[in-house]
Write a protein that binds this ligand. Structure first.
Ligand SMILES: C[S@@+](CC[C@H](N)C(=O)[O-])C[C@H]1O[C@@H](n2cnc3c(N)ncnc32)[C@H](O)[C@@H]1O
Length: 275
């Protein structure tokens, strides 16, 4: 891939997703796109780029799918779910009348669903232990069709679940048999609590309910450059009810970003003010 083609592809990717690929990512990009280029029958990158530009939305979506990094797992950065269950939910519910009526949570950049279902398990456990009549819902969004398809199936490899307590497997998942041996599916009761939809975090407007009480946006900011990170953090701030929480990934430092959230440690931020 020539530097000129690389630059044009990067500009296209950035325009449609804000994903930023630095100048040293040429090998990464060509390895992620080579298979698709060959499948389409193009010998060189010029042909692929011309065709891509002529195709429009569908092929651009495939491009973004191939470029996005969807790595995730259940109970990733588990300490955040522990703090949620032991402190944040009590605080939210004691402060916010609207959270008491129905707690609204959003997994922004949810990839294949593990984060949203981890959150669902955490909320279900909290409700069982402390507040059986708690009403809650989770919206989960991502730009990647491929990741969302997996999320909607809600089928995961048992060996890779890494649940903190073995009892959670039986409680929230159905074990597969036959061709699904070694896999499990999230139980329908839990699956129905999570609504997945495709949404670009840089779309003109958001199609999730507002305001949210809890927004998870973890390991997503790192794919954007500073100006886009700043813009996104401001929009997530605005999406929160005052007093609501933004949970960022440990690798998503907000240090260089100008924002007005309160930092509570462990990647947890709070929108100032009262509901
Ligand atoms: C590494 S995954 C993080 C998954 C999960 N939040 C976690 O921490 O395990 C990053 C996700 O961000 C998504 N993403 C990247 N750019 C996006 C955008 N502009 N709008 C929505 N999602 C985006 C990718 O498709 C990918 O699934």
């Amino acid at each position: 891939m020539s530097p000129e083609i690389f630059d044009q592809l990067c500009a296209l990717i950035h325009r449609h997703s804000r994903i930023y690929l630095g100048p040293n990512k040429i090998t990464l990009l060509s390895s992620r796109l080579s298979k698709r280029r060959r499948e389409l029958g193009f010998e060189d990158w010029d042909g692929y780029l011309d065709w891509l530009l002529a195709q429009g939305a569908d092929e651009i979506e495939i491009l973004i799918d191939l470029v996005s990094t969807n790595h995730t797992h259940f109970f990733r950065e588990a300490v955040q779910f522990e703090i949620l269950q032991s402190e944040l939910l009590d605080q939210l519910l004691s402060r916010s009348p609207s959270a008491r009526r129905a707690l609204r949570c959003w997994s922004a950049g949810c990839s294949s669903g593990e984060e949203a279902f981890t959150l669902a398990i955490t909320l279900a456990e909290y409700a069982e232990q402390k507040q059986p009549d708690l009403r809650w819902q989770i919206e989960a969004t991502d730009i990647s069709h491929r990741a969302l398809k997996k999320a909607q199936k809600a089928i995961y490899e048992i060996e890779r679940l890494g649940l903190p307590h073995p009892g959670l497997l039986k409680k929230y998942f159905q074990k597969g048999t036959g061709p699904y041996d070694g896999f499990c599916k999230v139980k329908p009761e839990l699956q129905h609590k999570v609504q997945f939809q495709r949404m670009n975090l840089f779309a003109d407007s958001y199609t999730v309910a507002m305001p949210q009480h809890l927004v998870f946006c973890r390991n997503v900011l790192i794919y954007f450059e500073l100006a886009s990170q700043t813009q996104l953090v401001q929009r997530l701030h605005d999406a929160l009810e005052p007093g609501g929480y933004l949970i960022a990934g440990h690798s998503d430092s907000l240090l260089r970003i100008k924002h007005s959230l309160l930092s509570l440690g462990n990647g947890i931020y709070q929108r100032p003010g009262s509901p």
